[in-house]
Design a binder for this molecule. Structure first.
Ligand code: NAD
Ligand code: ZN
Length: 693
């Protein structure tokens, strides 16, 4: 039996596998589209889908009409009335790699029979990650809303969609007799967080992601529930359109009487009718144009107010779109270029605990390595004990892991269907795994802490790493590995010891050569005169973040003055409340802390006093700034520091209270928001001019 399988055997095998895949995909479709309760990640689904498409390409006879590759979505839920779409609602083909985009451009050019040098114009859009919706307007009035369903027949969700505040019930301008608008219904990320908080509080099920929450909210049998969820709609196309023709007859658009002849023109027209249309739209030329757009949006993705799972490219000319036409389940003139998935499922191998700088014990999930959000993830935070219990995550579970933008990867939830009988509950250890001290959890707090304090090497290491980070003393080259060696070797006990390190002894350590040892000593020397605010931040006083530290420095002027301040004096500082004041006071009352500070001063560390400023003077005093995008010469921290030094305040998000938005290159949604609210927008020069006043 050394023969390779015959062609027939292989085809039989392929037939069997294709049947399996079809069945599996159909089950996932049902869970995803009908129940809004998927059990595998989109990336895994896409993999199965690609496997089936591959088999069907290889053995075209295996294609069945009911194959998921030939159809869209899932069957409509019978509880809703059925709506037959006047024009089918299709899906999109996917591109994952650059080559896929180039191949798409080639297919389009071939389809349009273009000559070598002729480029195609594409309309590029965000691929909104919500659910597809068709809205029907007759003579400018909203009459019906339907989900995509299986593409031919959708669910009648008119009563629910009527509750969307962002949707016009009457169109503006000169609406046509019949207009079917196609678009996406979604929840903004912030609204999703709020919704989940509320669900949690009410002890109800939390949603995996905004898409899932939007789908669940929309397909409610009780419109009053939908009404309470702030769903948004963004248009990206049309279905049936009938306009008044030249001689007053009602005709199909755009063939006979186009009020628009390009996709971009169409979107413009929809916007003029008062419909919310997607943002960040761009017209580009050729494959390079599309790929450039992809990169710009990828950079913007974390700062967008909603989830997107890619971008969509559409041939801009509607005449060209008609010539290209459709394949079974998707148009030939468009393609979705997907971003790396932000969610994936993997196995939870173990739950360990990490000890933080203040002794906080964080359960951390050890995962079977999984590719998510563009990187391989092996650990994910579980926040705290209550969170583990609330999510009901167990060791041995298959879990959904999410890594969005630069955020720390997080375990979202277990896949209960896949829980093995051997799955174990997590038990919070009673003693610190690093120093053996008792772990305690005050009754009214969610965080358990190691009581070892300075005896706990884990806490000392974290405290050191905190002190030397860029925003504090900024000692480059003193990383985790080195701190581990210095603390474990007994060479460094407190921050003060760092300032006694010599190049010769450092050079002997693992991964250190004479050159890097010299550099590190130079970096340590350079950190001897930190601004007082950074020095205070470096001390790691509980509840004292970067900006509070700076406020303290400004208010008191010198280290001694801060150390001597009573709680009442501390309360005079802006944003310092009783808890923070008590924490600061307690910190400086602790003899050990005073000793460390004295030792630091003894080793030549001299915090630079910051000029006291009168927050009520100067043009910027009391003004609220938001920074966005990349400025030509200043880093974000530098700009923030300049603003703070002049008495302004920098916050993270744009609201009505914001006075100025400082925008650099690739500024995203914050800039748009500023424009929307009519807030003054400055570039770097503008900021400098304001500061110079
Ligand atoms: N996890 C699961 O079990 C499971 C099951 C089924 C499907 N899925 C996921 O759903 C995807 C397939 O779903 P699909 O068929 O809806 O395809 P899709 O979501 O990948 O793409 C088509 C949809 O994109 C939307 N869209 C967003 N922005 C758009 C724009 N600017 N222009 C045009 N359309 C835009 C439309 O709603 C359209 O229907 C799979 O790739 C998979 O990731 C997952
Ligand atoms: Zn400990």
């Amino acid at each position: 039996m050394t023969d390779t399988p015959s062609g027939l055997d292989r085809e039989n095998e392929a037939r069997q596998r294709a049947a399996e895949l079809r069945e599996e995909l159909a089950a996932h479709n049902y869970r995803y589209y009908v129940l809004d309760a998927p059990v595998i990640s989109d990336a895994e689904y896409d993999k199965l889908f690609a496997e089936l498409s591959g088999l069907e390409r290889q053995y075209p006879l295996l294609v069945t009409p009911d194959s998921p590759t030939q159809r869209v979505g899932g069957a409509p839920l019978a509880a809703f009335g059925a709506v037959r779409h006047a024009q089918p609602m299709l899906s999109l083909n996917n591109a994952f790699e650059e080559e896929d985009v180039r191949a798409f451009d080639k297919r389009v050019r071939d389809g349009l029979e273009l000559a070598e040098g002729e480029a195609v114009c594409y309309a590029c859009e965000l691929k909104l990650d919500g659910l597809a919706m068709s809205l029907r307007y007759e003579n400018g009035r909203f009459v019906q809303a339907a989900t995509r369903g299986d593409g031919q027949t959708g669910e009648d969700v008119t009563a629910n969609v009527r509750t969307l505040r962002s949707l016009p019930l009457t169109l503006r301008g000169a609406p046509p007799p019949v207009l079917e608008v196609r678009g996406e219904v979604l929840l903004l990320r912030a609204d999703f967080e709020r919704l989940n908080d509320a669900q949690r509080e009410a002890g109800e099920k939390v949603f995996i992601n905004p898409r899932n929450a939007a789908a669940g909210s929309l397909r409610q049998l009780d419109p009053r529930i939908t009404a309470r969820r702030p769903l948004r709609f963004f248009a990206y196309g049309v279905g049936e359109v009938r306009v008044a023709g030249r001689d007053g007859q009602i005709v199909d658009a755009p063939e006979d009487a186009p009020p628009f002849d390009s996709h971009i023109g169409l979107m413009q027209w929809l916007a003029e009718l008062g419909l919310p249309v997607g943002r960040e739209r761009e017209r580009v030329e050729g494959a390079d144009g599309m790929l450039g757009y992809y990169r710009r949006i990828q950079a913007l993705r974390p700062s967008l107010p909603f989830d997107i799972d890619g971008v969509v490219y559409k041939v801009d000319s509607l005449a060209a779109q008609r010539r290209l036409g459709f394949v079974s389940r998707a148009p030939r003139f468009a393609i979705a270029h997907k971003f790396p998935a932000e969610e994936a499922t993997t196995e939870l191998l173990d739950i360990e605990v990490q000890v933080g700088r203040t002794g906080a014990i964080t359960p951390v999930a050890r995962l079977k390595p999984v590719f998510v959000g563009g990187v391989t993830v092996t650990n994910a935070t579980l926040h705290n004990e209550d969170e583990v219990a609330r999510k009901d995550v167990r060791i041995g579970d298959t879990v959904v892991v999410r890594r969005a933008g630069d955020v720390i990867p997080e375990v979202v939830m277990p896949v209960l269907e896949k829980r093995p009988p051997s799955a174990r509950l997590f038990v919070m250890p009673t003693h610190c795994p690093v120093c053996g001290s008792a772990i305690e959890r005050p009754e009214d707090e969610s965080i358990a802490r190691c009581t070892g304090g300075l005896f706990c090497a884990a806490q000392r290491k974290q405290a050191l790493l905190h002190a030397v980070q860029r925003k504090a003393l900024d000692i480059e080259g003193l990383g985790e590995k080195l701190v581990d060696q210095l603390v474990d070797g007994g060479r460094v006990h407190t921050l003060a010891d760092v300032f006694t390190l010599r190049a010769e002894e450092l050079a002997g350590l693992e991964r250190m050569g004479p050159k890097s040892a010299q550099n590190l000593v130079a970096a340590i020397d350079g950190a001897r005169t930190p601004p007082l605010g950074r020095f205070l931040f470096a001390l790691g006083i509980r509840h004292v973040g970067e900006s509070t530290a700076r406020d303290l420095a400004r208010h008191f002027g010198t280290l001694q003055a801060v150390m001597d301040a009573g709680e009442n004096e501390l309360l005079q500082v802006s944003d310092v409340g009783p808890i923070v004041a008590a924490s600061i006071h307690r910190f400086f009352a602790e003899p050990h802390n005073r000793e460390v500070i004295a030792a630091l001063l003894g080793k030549g560390v001299q915090p630079k006093p910051e000029p006291k400023i009168d927050r009520m003077a100067g043009p910027i005093a009391g003004k609220i700034f938001v920074l966005t995008g990349t400025l030509p010469t200043l880093t974000r921290e530098e700009a923030a520091e300049l603003i703070a030094a002049a008495g302004g305040k920098v916050t993270g998000s744009v609201s009505k209270k914001t006075h100025y938005v400082v925008a650099g290159e690739e500024a995203g949604s914050k800039l748009a928001k500023a424009r929307e609210l009519g807030i003054a927008v400055l570039d770097e020069d503008g900021l400098r001019a304001l500061l110079a006043k």
